[in-house]
Design a protein around this ligand. Sequence first.
Ligand code: HEM
Ligand code: NAG
Ligand code: NAG
Ligand code: NAG
Ligand code: NAG
Ligand code: NAG
Ligand code: NAG
Ligand code: NAG
Ligand code: NAG
Length: 379
Amino acid sequence: MFSSLSAASLLSLVLSASAFPEYRSLAGLSAAEVRAVARTFQATPGAQPAPPPINDTSSKLVFDDAHPFQPDAPGDIRGPCPGLNTLASHGYINRSGVVTPGEIITAVQEGFNMGWNLATFVTYGAFVVDGNHLTNLMSIGQKTPETGPDAPAPAIIGGLNTHGAFEGDASTTRDDFALGSNFLFNETLFDQLSQAAIDFGSNGTLDIPSAAVHRHNRILDSIARNPNFTFEIPRYLTAYAETTFPLAFFVTNQTSDTSLTLDLDVARSFFQTHKFPDNFFRRNGSYDFPELDPLVLEIFEAFPVLPGNNEGVGNYVVDPEDPGFINGDGLCYAYYKQSNLTVALYPDPTDELRTAIAQNLGTFYTALGDPTCEQVFPF
Ligand code: HEM
Ligand SMILES: *[C@@H]1O[C@H](CO)[C@@H](O)[C@H](O)[C@H]1NC(C)=O
Ligand SMILES: *[C@@H]1O[C@H](CO)[C@@H](O)[C@H](O)[C@H]1NC(C)=O
Ligand SMILES: *[C@@H]1O[C@H](CO)[C@@H](O)[C@H](O)[C@H]1NC(C)=O
Ligand SMILES: *[C@@H]1O[C@H](CO)[C@@H](O)[C@H](O)[C@H]1NC(C)=O
Ligand SMILES: *[C@@H]1O[C@H](CO)[C@@H](O)[C@H](O)[C@H]1NC(C)=O
Ligand SMILES: *[C@@H]1O[C@H](CO)[C@@H](O)[C@H](O)[C@H]1NC(C)=O
Ligand SMILES: *[C@@H]1O[C@H](CO)[C@@H](O)[C@H](O)[C@H]1NC(C)=O
Ligand SMILES: *[C@@H]1O[C@H](CO)[C@@H](O)[C@H](O)[C@H]1NC(C)=O
């Protein structure tokens, strides 16, 4: 474990150029270790303000000459999110997959017209637990040999692939962590998504009712087979949100009065290949909380499942503390959950780290845009 290294071995570690990548989280390190490691970074800008909202949210060609598709080069990182993977493979964010939260917020707006509040809330909800607060960098996927040694438990750090911090169970085309790969495209699951579209969608395309069927099937499968199935906020909310995303974002030339149907070959292009279909135009008008909320509720109400977790295979127990979609308190609860997890990950921050974490939690709170949710200041 990194924190139990002797001073001498720590020194030799930090002196070797690739020992501690700048995007690796500093969670779990002691104050002295953070100071030692920070001296090896080229830049420690700390927390940065979120970039502003884009002003022009009209539809436009986004698979343009400035953003050619390139297959992954050796060392490029991709992860569980087909949206971010696609933006990386087209250069809207660094093709390496090692990015700043600001790059993500601008890119999801530019490439897909995700609304600023939703983009910033999701990005910082992930960044506070999966990113590096001093370098302001995060991996959109897996740990690689360059990610350096693990931080001590409970901080299992590896970018967005990290299970249980932001990434969770019952994903659309990725397996549960306890059952297989939680970040690689899974053909069996994509086939199940396709079958839902064929059986229940509009003329063989994915639509909201058929996406709701697949969402429910994924939950039932996890209940039946994953003894560790966990389905609580924030994952509970992101699971329903991610079910709307292919309809909201992957349909080309979509207008504001969208018909919300997605061809399965276009779906595959995003989910598997991380590639915009030819001539892809982003949606017309942003997709933010006001657009997300009714679709999420439609999907939930088709097959309501309350937040909870398995206590052994087939034994799903509802968590009465978790508000789920009740009273609209879910996002505020997600903010408290991520704040608490961040505290658990950083029990002993340096002043520099404390300042950066506090600022990032502030940005996360601001994105919520809800004055009825009381801000907390744990750092
Ligand atoms: C705003 C920043 C974003 C972050 C930090 C993010 C992160 C993630 C993560 C960590 C997952 C895995 C969820 C899990 O398995 O528990 C995920 C899934 C997903 N994301 Fe994103 N995402 C973002 C934006 C987007 C955008 C803009 C799109 C669409 C254009 C998108 C589409 C999806 C879809 C469809 C899934 C489900 C993947 C599957 O299981 O097949 N995301 N995202
Ligand atoms: C949008 O317009 C406002 C007001 O003109 C400006 O301050 C802001 O920088 C613009 N945003 C972008 C991303 O250009
Ligand atoms: C992209 O990431 C690579 C490796 O992490 C880095 O060397 C490069 O400077 C980055 N490019 C930009 C434009 O940020
Ligand atoms: C499942 O949960 C048990 C008990 O919490 C834990 O010991 C085990 O490591 C977990 N396994 C996986 C693959 O998540
Ligand atoms: C894909 O997911 C299915 C269902 O969980 C699983 O049985 C299968 O092993 C996975 N395939 C791969 C290649 O991981
Ligand atoms: C349904 O799909 C088939 C084959 O993809 C196509 O030929 C037909 O025009 C579609 N019908 C409607 C009503 O969209
Ligand atoms: C999208 O709309 C634009 C402008 O109306 C058009 O030029 C383009 O061909 C359309 N793209 C697709 C894939 O339908
Ligand atoms: C985009 O949405 C705006 C506002 O709803 C509307 O005025 C405009 O006609 C739409 N453009 C297209 C190409 O659908
Ligand atoms: C966060 O931690 C505080 C202090 O321990 C606790 O009172 C609160 O219930 C926790 N909130 C959540 C949502 O976990």
